[in-house]
Design a protein around this ligand. Structure first.
Ligand code: COI
Length: 371
C-alpha cells in the first residue's frame, strides 16, 4: 500500500502497545459494547460494533489507514460532501457457520461495484487491499458481533465521501473512506405491499441509477413517504420517460415469476443497481431449472400476466433485505394480490441463500469468503 503503519493492541482505552507490523494501524477499544446489546431486538442499522475503519485520500494517495474504536467524526460545516453529495456506499454481510467461523458473502463483487460508483461520482477508487483487507481485519476484530441466529448477520457498510473543506462546486481533492459494522436481524420481516410509482423518478439513462450513490436514496424518500401514507411499504420505480417499464423496488432489485420463467429488468439502460443478491438469485433460479430473462418488462405485461393467472410470484432482492416477498402490487387503481403462503420459488431461494450463508448448504459457487 506504500504506507508504513503498525498494528497496535490495547488492554484499556489509553494503554496502547505495539505488537506487530502490518498495513493497518489498529487501536482496540477497552470495553466491548456487545454486553449491552439485546440480541432479541436488532432493527436494521441501529447498533454498531466496537470498531471502525477510517482512511484518508490526500495528495493523490490513501493514508492514515486505521482501525479504531467506533467514534464520532469531527467535520467542518464546509465539508464538500454535505453540500454537493459526493458520497457512495456499499452493503455487505458477514455470517457465522455452525462451527463459529466467520465468512463474508461475495465481498469482491461489492468491491468492484464500489469503485464503479466512485468513478461515476468523480471520486478516487479505493485500492483492493485497503477495501478487502481493511474489511476482513475489521470483521475479524469484531467477529463476536456476528449474530448466530437464523436470518441475522453482521451488516458491513463501507462508504466514502468528499472531505474538502470548501464550498466551490468541483470534485474534492480529499476523501474519507470508512467501514462500520452493524449487527442486524431481518430487514423486511413481513411480506410487502408495493405501489407502482408513476410520478417520481429514481433513475434515468445517463444518470446515476447504477451507482450506489447516497443521493439516490435521499431522492427516493419523498415517493416512499407518499406511498406509505397510502398504506404501502415501498414503491416500484418505473422508467423516467414513459413510466411504463419497471426498474427496482425501493432499495431492492425485483423479480417476477411468470409461468415457468423468472424475469428481472436488465442493466442495459444503466438505471438499475447491479445487485449482488440479484446475481446470486439468477444463478440459483437457473440451478432450480427456471429460465431467467433479463430484459425490459412493462407494467402492462405484468398486469396482463396477473389477469391471465400466469403471474405467480413477485419478490425483491437486496443485501439488507435478502429476499422480500410482495403480497400486493398496486398500479393506478388496479390491485394485484398474492397468497404468498402458496409460493414455492421465492421461499426456496431464500432458504437456499440463507443455508449457503449460514453453512448448511454447500457453497458450490465459492460465494463465502473466510475471514
Ligand atoms: C443494501 O441492501 O445493502 C442496501 O443498500 C439497502 C440499504 C440502503 C438499506
Amino acid at each position: 500500500m506504500g504506507v508504513s503503519v503498525f498494528l497496535f493492541l490495547c488492554t484499556s482505552n489509553l494503554n496502547i502497545f505495539m505488537i506487530a507490523a502490518t498495513d493497518i494501524l489498529v487501536t482496540k477499544s477497552g470495553r466491548s459494547k456487545l454486553q449491552d446489546l439485546n440480541l432479541d431486538n436488532l432493527p436494521f442499522g441501529r447498533y454498531f460494533s466496537d470498531h471502525m475503519l477510517e482512511a484518508d485520500y490526500e495528495n493523490g494517495s490513501w493514508r492514515n489507514i486505521e482501525i479504531k474504536p467506533y467514534q464520532p467524526l469531527l467535520l467542518s460545516p464546509s465539508l464538500a460532501a454535505l453540500h454537493y453529495g459526493q458520497a457512495i456506499f456499499e452493503g455487505i454481510k458477514a455470517y457465522k457457520d455452525r462451527q463459529g467461523n466467520a465468512f463474508i458473502f461475495r465481498p469482491q463483487d461489492n468491491f468492484r461495484r464500489f469503485n464503479i460508483s466512485a468513478e461515476r461520482m468523480q471520486m478516487p477508487t479505493v485500492p483492493e487491499e485497503l477495501f478487502m483487507e481493511g474489511m476482513r481485519k475489521l470483521v475479524e476484530i469484531d467477529k463476536n458481533w456476528i449474530p448466530s441466529r437464523e436470518d441475522h448477520s453482521l451488516y458491513i457498510r463501507p462508504f466514502m465521501f468528499s472531505s474538502d473543506e470548501l464550498i466551490g462546486v468541483r470534485p474534492s481533492d480529499n476523501y474519507k473512506f470508512m467501514i462500520i459494522l452493524s449487527p442486524t436481524g431481518p430487514y423486511y420481516a413481513a411480506p410487502m405491499r408495493i405501489y407502482v410509482e408513476e410520478r417520481y423518478v429514481r433513475a434515468a439513462p445517463g444518470g446515476v441509477g447504477y451507482a450506489k450513490a447516497a443521493g439516490n436514496y435521499g431522492a427516493a424518500m419523498l415517493a416512499t413517504a407518499e406511498a406509505k401514507k397510502k398504506g404501502y411499504d415501498q414503491v416500484l420505480w418505473t422508467d423516467a420517460v414513459e413510466h411504463k417499464y419497471v426498474q427496482e423496488i425501493g432499495t431492492m432489485n425485483v423479480f417476477f415469476i411468470i409461468g415457468n420463467k423468472a424475469i428481472t429488468p436488465d442493466l442495459e439502460q444503466e438505471t438499475i443497481l447491479e445487485g449482488v443478491t440479484r446475481q446470486s438469485v439468477i444463478t440459483l433460479l437457473k440451478e432450480m431449472g427456471l429460465s431467467v430473462e433479463e430484459r425490459q418488462l412493462s407494467i402492462d405485461e405484468i398486469t396482463d400476466a396477473y389477469k391471465s393467472g400466469s403471474l405467480l410470484e413477485v419478490f425483491g432482492t437486496g443485501t439488507a433485505a435478502t429476499i422480500s416477498l410482495i403480497k400486493e402490487l398496486r398500479y393506478k387503481d388496479f390491485v394485484m394480490q398474492f397468497d404468498v403462503e402458496k409460493w414455492k420459488t421465492a421461499p426456496t431461494l431464500k432458504k437456499w441463500l440463507t443455508d449457503i450463508r449460514e453453512g448448511r448448504r454447500e457453497d458450490k459457487y465459492g460465494w463465502m469468503v473466510k475471514v
